[in-house]
Design a protein around this ligand. Structure first.
Ligand code: AHM
Ligand code: MG
Length: 309
């Protein structure tokens, strides 16, 4: 007889032996994402002066997403401090005074400027042991993202492979891809930034990719662009240093570290052009870095071309 029970997120976390506190953080972000997803699908786009399902006053979607995720993280009882791309300071959950526990960095709705034109956006989360959310990326104990696209998917790793879950019509995340792995190289590239602002060495890299038949695949949303490279099994996403922004645009604690963790866990790589993203010292909420992330060969190629300054 055909089995109709698919593996859910909690079941998978438990089967992989993920520590209960860490598992509940990942699971609760999944719960939060269902509310964020609902707000997005029901046209709750933060139009001024209207009320919404969740509160008295209408909030912009990114602010609403931030509130929902913050509350669910607090609800786990295992999170001591958080930082969010929507907040300017570290938030301390003082209910949690005992030692242990976790610190969480998250971008509640990355690419939120794409919501009004109905392009895909995402939530990105990095998890650290202890109370300090500003740790180096190599110290992450787990990371995940949720992609709000035609389907809503959640991709996580907690040190035992990278796995994708899809939200079904019953509101459950069910396993759709287990142990996602990148190939050594891919055929697509996603170049962030304005070409007119490229530095010469980055321009050489992009021209090299074009001359060698790489296909341009760029949506303008970090989560869908990374998801494409991960699930297609290779390629290169770049957000470079530019003539206008020496450290690029994307933020280390909220965007780059969690994606670098996931990409490395799937057998890929992530570099600032010289060294691994996960080895960068993280000291500031607003810290940014250029990034070259994807399959190993293309990341190595980027480092090679960029080193010929
Ligand atoms: P945000 O955090 O303000 O939403 O900006 C992040 C987004 C990423 O999703 C995307 O990779 C990048 O900004 C796109 O920037 P650009 O418009 O310069 O290509
Ligand atoms: Mg962002």
């Amino acid at each position: 007889m055909q089995k109709h029970v698919k593996r859910g997120l909690w079941n998978h976390l438990m089967k992989d032996g993920i520590e209960m506190g860490l598992a509940s953080i990942i699971y609760e972000v999944g719960v939060a994402s269902k509310y964020v997803n609902h707000a997005m699908r029901t046209g709750d786009l933060g139009l001024a002066g209207t009320s919404n399902l969740y509160g008295e006053d209408q909030l912009a979607l990114d602010v609403l997403a931030d509130e929902i995720i913050k509350d669910r993280l607090d609800h786990t009882g295992r999170v001591r401090r958080i930082i969010s791309e929507e907040q300017s300071e570290i938030i301390i959950f003082d209910r949690e005074k005992r030692s242990g526990g976790y610190a969480v960095c998250y971008d509640p709705l990355d690419g939120s400027s794409l919501v009004d034109v109905n392009l895909s956006v995402g939530t990105i989360v990095a998890i650290y042991a202890g109370e300090d959310p500003l740790q180096d990326g190599s110290r992450q104990v787990g990371a995940l993202y949720v992609l709000y696209g035609p389907r809503t998917t959640l991709v996580y790793s907690a040190g035992h492979g990278v796995h994708e879950f899809t939200l079904n019509s019953l509101g459950e995340y069910v396993l759709t891809r287990e142990n996602i792995r990148l190939k050594e190289s891919g055929r697509i590239f996603s170049p962030g930034g304005l070409r007119a602002d490229y530095l010469p060495e980055h321009e050489k890299l992009v021209s090299h990719l074009e001359d060698n038949g790489y296909k341009l695949r760029y949506s303008g949303g970090f989560v869908p662009d990374i998801n494409q490279i991960l699930l297609k099994g290779g390629g290169l996403f770049m957000y470079p240093a530019t003539t206008k922004a020496a450290s690029g645009k994307l933020r280390l604690p909220f965007e780059l570290n969690p994606m670098a963790y996931l990409m490395e866990a799937a057998g890929g790589a992530a570099s600032d052009g010289e060294k691994p993203i996960l080895e960068l010292k993280c000291h500031d909420l607003d810290q940014r870095s250029p990034i070259y992330i994807g399959s190993r060969e293309e990341v190595a190629l980027a480092e090679k071309i960029l080193s010929r300054k």
